[in-house]
Every structure is written in structure tokens, then in C-alpha cells.
Design a protein around this ligand. Sequence first.
Ligand code: GAP
Length: 440
Amino acid sequence: MAKMEDIVSLCKRRGFIWQGSDVYGGMAGTWDFGPLGVSLKKKIMDAWWKYWVEDREDMYGVDAAIIMNPRTWVASGHTATFADPLVECGACHGRFRADKIADGISESVTTEEFKALNVKCPTCGKTEWGDIRKFNMMFQTHVGPVDDDSSIAYLRPETAQGIFTNYKNVVDTLYPDLPFGLAQQGKAFRNEISPRDFILRDRECSQMEIEYFVDPKTWEENFETLLKQQHEFLTDVMGLEAERIHDLEVEEADRAHYSKRTVDIEFDYPNGREELMGLAYRTDFDLQNIQRESGKNMEYIVKGTTERFVPHVIEPSIGVERLFLAVLTCAYKEDEINGEKRVVLALNENLAPYRFCVSPLLKNKPELVEKAKEVYAALRKKYGNVTWDDSGNIGKRYRKQDEIGTPKCVVIDFDTLEDDTVTVRDRDTTEQVRVKIAEL
Ligand code: GAP
């Protein structure tokens, strides 16, 4: 089982992920993706988009603004209720999320219940807790040159509301049959009290969300179908191990204010089991709120009939960073080749930052370099994501490409000049075969 520190160290060493604003000492809860990280992240997001939007006839995409009219957050309930239980240690003044300090504490814990548990402060070990208060997690900003209450706006804490606010635009322009889904990918911002566990709990993250609009009579069957499809996506497209994925039926007390049923899909990360994504039945909560707040009719008229109703919604929502870490957790492997430790990222081929690495066997032989450049150019033209490596010796190059997950290394040697064949070395088995260039 991969350890978190091994994954963090690989991410830093090979340019997948660095602490945000690293050069200035960092910025808690923010992360920067380097060249390989952005490539993997983009492939994860593109594979999600292809699976959920492009390959389906019932899904459409939107890309809404991050800063929305603040009435959005009044209508959605975020202004009033998007808050975590904050507790302050009276001795060292450390501030913590009460439900994350020890196991088995619910988000709705009261001050009395919390104090009775006699939890020790993680920083100073004392038990001198103040009262629990609700801390709203939305980041505030001001729009325009006036810095008063009238200009307050928020960075969106979920991409979902940018979908709901466009539901009517989509129905008025495309008029899709029910059920249909609207999908969005993009940044979401939460002023988390305690960002932690590498990229698992961030202050700035990316979400991929779908609002699936259904006839209320059919919500249960649509919920089950979407749940099954989520599992298929996670295992078949993302390459996650099925044994690490678990459904948690969320109890009413722990569900978000809008949900009548939620299944959290949890994942066994190196540091333990955590929520990877959620599937929530949001009823008509959001569209009814928008209808009330905006005065605009959100009803759907079933085609060819006079039947009209406000659709209900099932929402699959996943964080890109959590999926990224789950992908790395399953892909990270250590083995031994000829008595030497090797780190391998056994990523699905569709996610690997590079599909091929091309090298000349020796970099001081111009004829090999020239031929290798030819093969490199041809593969780049065909596949795009191909890398070149002529550093160090061939063994070191293989080790580096194994660590960044490149499925195949193509090596040009003296035989290539004679018979137009190359060595293709497989990342997972380390086996080498001779292949004609034309067949690559
Ligand atoms: N629209 C519903 C919604 O936002 P959520 O459970 O708060 O529901 C959905 O978030 C998903 O977004 C989570 O399952 C997780 O994958 C991701 N997520 C939420 N907060 C996050 C954070 N602070 N850092 C990283 N990912 C986060």
C-alpha cells in the first residue's frame, strides 16, 4: 500500500504538484500543478467530460462565471447555512473544525456534547474549549470600486449553482427531453478551517458536477442508475481498484440541507477512508428557490402534453483533486528490478502524461540521435503526448519514465539503422520487444 509521504514526495520530485506560492513560504490549502500534474489533471477532466457529456445523448455542458450574483447564495441557502463548527482552544487559541478533531463527532455537534467528550487540543493537549460557533466558508470579495456592503460578492463554493441558474436558458434554447443532465467543471472555493491531507481538503479546488433533471416520479431509478455508472467510471475509466471504493448511505443528520438522500462514495486513501464524491437527491430544492428569488418560472412542460412540473435533481459531484489522489494511490507501486528498488506509476494509458518516451541509445552518436528525432517527430504527429529523453544512461531514463507513468519507452539503436526496428520497453512488465517503426 502506497504511503502518503511517498506520493507527496513523488509529486514534488517529478513536477506533479507543489505547494501554492511555494517561493513565498506557501499558502495553506492551495496547490500548484506542475507540467506533469497539469497533464494528468487535464486528462482526468477530459476523460470525465468524454464519459459523462460527449458519449451521452442526455448530457450537455455549461461553463458559468465563478463570481455570481450574490442572490444566488441567498436562494441556495449557502449564505445562511454553509458553515462548519468552529471551536477555539482557550489555552493556545488554536482554531479547529470540531468534527475533525477526533473520530465519531458529527458536524451538528453542540458545545455541551463536545465539551463532555473531553477531547484534547491537538496543539497544546489542554481541554479548555470555548463555545462552538458556525463559521461560514464562503470567500467574500467586493465587485467594482465601492468597498461597502452593497458590493459584496462571493467566490462560488460549488459549481452546482452555475448549472441551476442556467437550467432555464438551456430549456428555452435546446428544450431537451427529460431526463437530461447539465455538467460543469471548474474551480470552487471554500475557506476551510483546517485544510489537510495533501490535496484532499483544499481552500481552492476543482469540481466536476452534474445536475440531472428528472420527473419526480422517477428519481429513485435514476439515482440507482447514476450510482452504478459512477462506479463504472471510477474503475473502468480512472483505473481505481474496486476494493478501495465504498458506498456510505449518509444519515439524515449528516446530509446537506438540500438533500433527501445522499450516498457518499468513499475511497481508501493512504491516510484512511475519506469521501471521494457524493451522489445527492436534491429534490426541486434549488429550482424552487430560484423560482421564488428570481420570479421566473422554472417549470418543465413535457413535450406534446400539458403536463408541467418543476423537475427534481440528482447530483453526482466529484472533486478533481480527490480523484487525482485516488488515481495516484492506485497507480503508485514499488517493486525490485535486479535487486534495485523501482517506483512505478501504473496509470491507465488514457491518463499517463506521456504515452511514449523516445530515446537514442547513445546521445553522442549523431546518426542515432538523427533517427531518434525522426521517430519522435512521427509519434508526436500521431499521438501528441510523446516525450524525448536523452539524459543519463538508458537504465536511469527507464526509471524516470516508470516514475512518471510513461507506458512505453522507444529506443533507437544501431540495429534501427539497418532494419527500421526499435526496442519498445513496457513500463509494467519491463519486457522489451523489437517493433517495426511503421507499426508503432
Ligand atoms: N454541489 C455539491 C457539493 O459541492 P460537497 O460534498 O460539498 O457537495 C462535492 O462537495 C465534492 O467536491 C466532494 O465529494 C469532494 O470530492 C469535493 N470537495 C469538496 N470540498 C473540497 C475541498 N475543500 N477540497 C477538495 N475537494 C473538495
